[in-house]
Design a protein around this ligand. Structure first.
Ligand code: DQA
Length: 145
């Protein structure tokens, strides 16, 4: 069975509590249940991971690369400044899709630049949880491989 990692970065464990006007009322558990279910519908095992620490996210990216598992990543605020996460993505040869729940381009200027997007295969922003589903479909259909 095909496997895909979903990696959520800092503060995404606060979904449902943090800025609901921006991120909605649903929780990380809701998101993980949603994307795991979408995976099952496509005979794919989705393995979710969330961490607030840069090193753990980097370790998970390396692991995906070593196991040849494609991934969907929402690096949270690390998106905007973590060269270390960018380098981790660049160090693996599996496809990586970057997702943001909110439309980062309609927000503060510091959110409008991603240091990680250039090393991802593609980026989906502003579509809420749906963005994860579309990223999953793109990876499964191999459109971005
Ligand atoms: C986010 C956007 C980031 O700017 C922010 O720091 C987050 C969440 C999003 O999913 O919209 O933590 O990645």
């Amino acid at each position: 069975m095909k496997r895909i990692y979903v990696i959520n970065g800092p503060n995404l464990n606060r979904l449902g509590l943090r800025e609901p006007d921006v991120y909605g009322h649903k929780t990380l558990a809701d998101l993980e249940e949603f994307i795991e279910k979408k995976g099952k519908q496509h005979s794919c095992e989705v393995l979710c991971f969330q961490s607030n620490s840069e090193g753990q996210i980097i370790d998970r990216i390396h692991e995906a690369g070593d196991k040849n598992i494609s991934m969907i990543i929402n690096p949270g605020a690390y998106t905007h400044y973590s060269y270390a996460i960018r380098d981790a993505i660049a160090s693996v040869s599996v496809p990586v899709m970057e997702v943001h729940i909110s439309n980062v381009h309609a927000r503060e200027s510091f959110r409008q630049h991603s240091v990680t997007a250039a090393v991802a295969k593609g980026q989906i922003v502003g579509l809420g949880f749906k963005g994860y589903e579309l990223a999953l479909l793109a990876l499964l259909e191999g459109e971005v491989e």
